[in-house]
Ligand binder design. Structure first.
Ligand SMILES: Cc1ncc(COP(=O)(O)O)c(C=O)c1O
Length: 406
């Protein structure tokens, strides 16, 4: 790595000194010859692991045909992917973007336009929740409301009101005649894998219906099978009017999508919104290939089975290391532990055992393996997590120590 002052990159990221050369499934190979078990998954992006043959074949075939034409022309891959996403969800309409934040921007604009074309332009405010993370554009840092991301970037974009996570009364009181929508992550990812209880999601749906406002889900991290269902809202059955997704939908290719019911999207008429790159043929080829796998027969059932094994194994580890692990959280393969040491120290110890995991708020460590991770790979991960827990507790690893990759 270049010394800080000589590095030509913006200093915005505190990067680990790991240079990855090649990936294969759940494994990453570094330029200095190490092999890491990758449970960071590009922060919930590599939904099918690295170099998945079906995705490689799809992007290679598309790359030799056509990369980009712009949205001035028809893009059959977009129509196909939109059809599949809408068939598999609450939605009737889709708009493709390059990232999660852009999908959120589209969701926010769609909600505001809905009220505008309904003759209520004063309804533009969006209610969000403390601890939320919706991206790094000016509007999405305002939506997320976190001081550390807002500081120094001028006035916060107007029109976002925040309420405490789980405070029903504060929420109901915060809805005014200017409220356009409620925006919520069904499970806060960056915020520390904090799930909104299913009954509360149903309550949000009822509140929105009662007040004539729209419900927007941010499923950038939870969507496309990550929690064991295609979208996380399916666990509660409370459908949104608008949903933003990204990350796993491209399996590593940068793309996102804003989905909406036809009614919610009715204000998004020609010229109201746009993108140069969003939905280009390369991205659509990969997105369709990801869905070939994720929507394939039995795939999500298998995700749920593997996730259960992982969660049970982590719960058993927490029982055996109560001085080290305070809690296990998550749904499907968005799963985490809350250690009793700083999460950075635990992640560092995992790296010593050649395993990668991602930090999250509330001192949580996120495990985000590919959705097609095998039970044997989960067992391998458990051996390494236990080895790290044992090392940090200063005692020899118990049951799973055998074969631990130290
Ligand atoms: C829930 C959620 N929303 C939005 C975003 C922003 O997505 P992107 O970084 O692709 O803009 C993220 C990224 O971590 C996220 O987890």
């Amino acid at each position: 790595m270049l010394p800080h002052d000589d590095n030509p990159l913006f200093a915005t990221f505190a990067r680990a000194q790991i240079r990855v050369e090649r990936g294969e499934g759940v494994w990453l190979h570094t330029s200095d010859g190490r092999r890491f078990l990758d449970f960071t998954g590009g922060i919930a992006v590599n939904s099918l692991g690295h170099a998945h043959p079906h995705l490689v074949a799809a992007i290679t075939a598309q790359a030799s045909k056509l990369w980009h034409v712009s949205n001035l022309f028809e893009i059959p891959g977009q129509e196909r992917l939109a059809e599949r996403l809408t068939e598999a969800s609450f939605a009737d309409k889709a708009f493709f973007t390059n990232s999660g934040a852009e999908a959120l921007e589209c969701a926010i604009k769609t909600a505001r336009r809905y009220h505008y074309v309904n003759g209520q332009p004063e309804r533009y405010r969006i209610l969000t929740f403390e601890g939320a993370f919706h991206g790094r554009t000016l509007a999405t840092i305002a939506a997320g409301g976190q001081k550390k991301y807002l500081e120094g970037f001028g006035p916060k974009v107007e029109g976002f009101d925040q309420v405490a996570f789980g405070d029903h009364e504060a929420l109901a009181a915060a809805v005014t005649d200017e409220t356009a929508a409620i925006l919520v992550e069904p499970i806060q990812g960056e915020g520390g894998i904090r799930a909104v209880p299913e009954v509360c999601l149903k309550g949000l749906r009822d509140l929105c219906d009662e007040k004539g406002i729209l419900l927007i889900y941010d499923e950038v991290q939870t969507g496309i099978g990550r929690t064991g269902t295609f979208f996380a809202y399916e666990h509660s059955g409370a459908e949104p009017d608008i949903l933003a997704s990204a990350k796993g939908i491209g399996g590593g290719f940068p793309m996102g999508v804003c989905l909406a019911t036809a009614e919610a999207a009715k204000g998004m008429t020609p010229g109201t919104h746009g993108t140069t790159f969003g939905g280009n043929p390369l991205a659509m080829a990969v997105g369709n290939a990801v869905l070939d796998v994720v929507l394939g027969e039995g795939f999500l059932a298998e995700v749920r089975r593997t996730a259960l094994l992982f969660k049970q194994s982590l719960a058993s580890l927490a029982d055996r290391y109560p001085e080290m692990i305070e809690a296990v959280r998550g749904e499907g393969l968005l799963i985490g532990i809350k250690p009793r040491v700083p999460n950075g120290a635990f992640i560092e110890a995992l790296r010593g055992h050649e395993m990668l995991a991602a930090p999250a708020g509330d001192n949580v460590i996120r495990f985000l393996p590919p959705l097609n991770v095998t039970p044997e790979e989960v067992r391998e991960a458990m051996r390494r997590i236990e080895a790290a827990a044992a090392e940090l507790s200063g005692r020899p690893a118990e049951g799973a120590a055998e074969g631990a990759a130290a």
